[in-house]
Design a protein around this ligand. Structure first.
Ligand code: TNX
Length: 538
């Protein structure tokens, strides 16, 4: 009796055990994917592909464009599997083919993935498209792929076809490194994170009242004096040009274009603290002002104290002086030398102590300098009060009427409505970080909107793209950056990438709930939004 019981228990255990193994080894059908941002079309087929240590990576087309992407794929697979996937010239079975199509109809960034028993084929017209394909493919693999600990079980991917392309060409994230300074490694970490969601522009807010964060060789005091503090009085910091180039190159390796911003003519106290000649003599508020011993540096008396508070709108460059335009020219010239991308952001927001009659010619001259050096200007929406150069873009953060002014001049807008996309806004009244002057932005608020529905005059063709800014008055370190970014960045990335007709909250929240297993595997410090039904995760 006893023995039969043991035997029957053993049989049960074996059946159960096998069940678990075969479960873990079964591919999830392609139609049950949780891809974020949601692709244009997904068609499921019978069968699946199994990734093994013997899987070969085949290049088809322009090798110099494909090879860097293959390297990215190899280093994605290695940590959790130990696989050293090898590149080969050709092959038909157990292969992943990376193809740059020669006479491709695909737009930049667009890609397709075809999966069957023998192969996965990612096809695109450029490296960026292949890179996007990899970001999708990684989400078809187990969540453990995001961790460096060894994966259990096989990597099986359900057969079928994915076709995908971005709705907007510019999908951006902005990091304010002026209110609090973040070291190069943190910026690279942010690049890693956003690139998973097909974000392709990183806007760095490099100067503000509290700090100047980029070395400008022709005006050395900007960093010698202007970088020396931050909100709350910390030590601040800046990027040398070498460090900045390293950030730009790292971003480029992930198909992200860096947009540097020097905010002007307001938000300039850190420059005025360094060079009193630029200061028309408007005083800063007492609160948050700190004396700086400048005698050793031989700086004149008009310079302002450094500022560590969070008020906005009290500073301005002197728009009447020639030296100001020499300054703007030098700064933009040096920035352009560090910038392979098309845009230089010249700020222009909240210049509350600059008269409009001074603001307008200033913003026109600043744009002309950007144009002279071969780039296009981006500016916060107030810039549209000025005459916009062809190709200049107004970043719509506050006022639809300013966006309309830009559109009426024939220029495009980048949409960053503070009430939807500002990642420094608190999730709700209990959020321990952030501000709430524009709104509380829960996950569903960040998702349930569309760039074409902000204002009747702002139509699809007027919109260059979408950007989510993270201002850093209250953000001091990497874990806090992650907490304010996620999960909302995933929502905004989908608003920017996926067609309006294909988006809906039910689908997004279901996908995201499962997707958070990846964030757990990565050790990401994300906000557990009550808008996701966490009970089901147990
Ligand atoms: C408004 S958005 C600002 C920033 C602040 C932010 C805080 C914009 C163009 N100006 O200077 O950091 O609010 O949420």
């Amino acid at each position: 009796m006893k023995i039969t019981k043991i035997i029957s228990n053993l049989i049960l255990l074996t059946i159960f055990g096998l069940g678990i193994i075969s479960c873990a080894d079964k591919a999830t059908p392609l139609s049950e994917n949780n891809i974020i941002p949601k692709p244009l079309s997904v068609t499921e087929a019978e069968g699946s592909f199994t990734l093994t240590n013997e899987t070969k990576l085949v290049t088809l087309g322009n090798a110099s464009e494909i090879n860097p992407v293959i390297e990215i794929f190899q280093s994605l697979i290695k940590p959790s599997t130990g696989f050293d996937l090898q590149k080969v010239e050709s092959g038909e079975s157990n292969v992943i083919v990376f193809e740059i199509e020669s006479a491709s109809q695909k737009s930049p960034g667009e890609y397709s993935i075809s999966i069957d028993e023998n192969s996965i084929k990612i096809a695109a017209s450029n490296g960026e498209g292949l890179f996007n394909g990899i970001q999708t493919l990684r989400q078809l693999m187990p969540a453990g792929i995001e961790s460096s600990s060894k994966l259990d079980g096989k990597i099986k991917i359900g057969a079928g076809k994915i076709e995908d392309k971005p709705e907007y060409a510019y999908r951006g994230f902005m990091l304010d490194v002026a209110r609090h300074f973040f070291p190069v490694e943190d910026v690279k970490h942010v690049i890693d994170l956003v690139s998973k969601y097909k974000i392709n522009f990183l806007h760095l807010h490099l100067s503000d009242d509290q700090g100047w964060r980029i070395e400008i060789k022709s005006w050395p005091l900007l960093t010698e004096i202007g970088s020396k503090t931050e909100v709350g009085g910390g030590e601040g910091g800046f990027y040398t040009q070498e460090q900045y180039k390293d950030i730009v190159a790292y971003a480029q390796s992930k198909f992200i274009t860096v947009v540097p911003e020097i905010d002007m003519p307001g938000h300039t106290n850190s420059a005025l603290a360094a060079y009193g000649q630029l200061n028309p003599g408007i005083t800063v508020p007492e609160k948050g002002a700190v004396a700086f011993d400048r005698k050793d540096l031989g700086v004149d008396g008009m310079a302002t104290p450094l500022y560590t508070g969070i008020e906005v709108g009290f500073s301005t460059l002197d728009t009447d002086k020639d030296i100001t335009y020499q300054f703007v020219d030098d700064v933009i010239r040096e920035l352009v030398e560090l910038t392979p991308g098309p845009y230089i952001h010249i700020g222009g927001d909240e210049s509350l102590v600059t008269e409009l009659e001074d603001y307008i010619p200033f913003m026109e001259k600043a744009q002309a300098i950007v144009t002279k050096y071969g780039k296009k200007s981006l500016g916060w929406d107030e810039i549209a009060h000025a005459r916009l150069e062809p190709g200049a873009v107004a970043q719509y953060w506050a006022k639809a009427e300013n966006a309309v002014l830009a559109i009426n001049q024939g220029n495009q807008v980048l949409v960053s409505p503070a009430t939807k996309t500002y990642l420094d806004m608190q999730y709700d009244s209990t959020t321990y970080l952030g501000l709430h002057w524009a709104a509380y932005i829960e996950l569903d608020d960040a998702y349930n909107w569309d760039p074409t529905e902000l204002d009747a005059a702002v139509k699809k063709e007027n919109i260059l793209g979408v950007e989510a800014p993270l201002w850093s008055e209250t953000i001091t370190e990497r874990k806090e950056i992650e907490f304010m970014m996620f999960p909302r960045l995933a929502a905004i990335a989908e608003v920017a990438w996926t067609k309006k007709e294909l988006r809906n909250w039910e689908s997004f929240s279901e996908r995201l709930k499962k997707h958070t297993a990846r964030w757990d595997a990565m050790g990401l410090n994300y906000y557990k939004s009550p808008k996701l039904v966490w009970e089901e995760k147990k």
